[in-house]
Design a protein around this ligand. Sequence first.
Ligand SMILES: Cc1ncc(COP(=O)(O)O)c(C=O)c1O
Length: 419
Amino acid sequence: MPTGAAFLTELGIRSGSGAVVRDLDGNDLLDFAGGIGVVGAGHCPPEVTAAIKRQADELLHVCGIVATYEPQVALAERMNQIAPGDAPKKTLLMNSGAEAVESAVILSRAHTGRAGILVFEGGYHGRTNMTLSMTSKYGLFKKGFGPFAAEIYRVAFPNVLRRPPGMDPEQFVGWSVDRLYDALVSQVDGSALAAIVIEPVQGEGGFVPAPKPFLQAIRRICDEHGIVMIADEVQAGMGRTGKLFSIEHSDVVPDIVTTAKSLGSGMPISAVTGRSDIMDSAHPGGLGGTYSANPVAAVAALETLALITDQAFLDRAVEMGRRLRVGLDSLAEKYACIADVRGLGPMLAIELVKDDNLTPDPDLTLEITKGTLQRGLITIRAGLYSNCVRFLPPLTVTDAQVDEALAVLDDSIAEATAP
Ligand SMILES: Cc1ncc(COP(=O)(O)O)c(C=O)c1O
């Protein structure tokens, strides 16, 4: 395998169940990376694996372009029902998050007849050429891979922690909204934009929630100029923040949502769900792919949705998030290197710095993730400066497992910061 496809750990995993994975030597590890936010419903939920086995005996593939089949239609209908907003909706099923975002962009262009796409610093949307062009963090994701797609405009994402000195958080959000309006003068006219694409909580960017007034401003701008508002919910959606869609924490209704990751419990499936008039903009045959809406992946998503859409599941996720936040807040009081505990609901991260000037400390962050791994807890990093530890456990994780993870984290930070 090529160097570029690097491994974050040296683990070899044999099996997984709930929040625990077993390695090839028989060691059990608590998985707070969760396949990078994919196993929201836990590793191998029995309902999901049973549905996969049934479907595998019936039909593995026929291609959603050649013919239709029940799981494809059922999943599209289900997504139309649960996506935010009252407008009639349609769903396109694809394989990956990047494909979903790229399809949403294509549809927005077809709908508006415009090319411009506005995205945000710190954003991550995937690794196809279009979505890589939209993605931020040049050194890690983009270096040497250009040329990138044209007509992409990027503005600052309001990260309250890193606001200019002397501004309080509220002023900063207002100032950020002003900068957004400025971009429509300095960078691109609203009438040239097909879409504004935002993660309501930035994932790879370090679990930074978009402030509500910022999302409201985007909605206003989209309404004023006929721009499609796309909420990229690939990481933050499907219960990760304690709601089905992270944008539901605000009163903003996007035109399109993209989902993937925890939708399929690990089976490759993604969805673009949006207003029917936008979704119907492409000509017949203009969308799709050989494997998109694969029947086995579609039944996995249907069964996963049956678990995740249960209010009790979401309530438990919120409860777990509260416990995790209390623990992380107390670690932040104990260790000066933790500059921020942030996120939305159970989608939480800590940001690590060297000093009061908030100088990012990616080396310490790496040491901490190595330390947790040695103690049997898988954690991974995030953030523009790779100085956040993010927690993406299965949302089914127990109180005891959260407490264990917090104790391991405490020990790992103590060791990594010891003089
Ligand atoms: C917000 C967001 N969008 C898109 C993607 C791309 O998804 P995929 O890796 O399935 O292509 C990711 C992946 O991490 C993501 O977090």
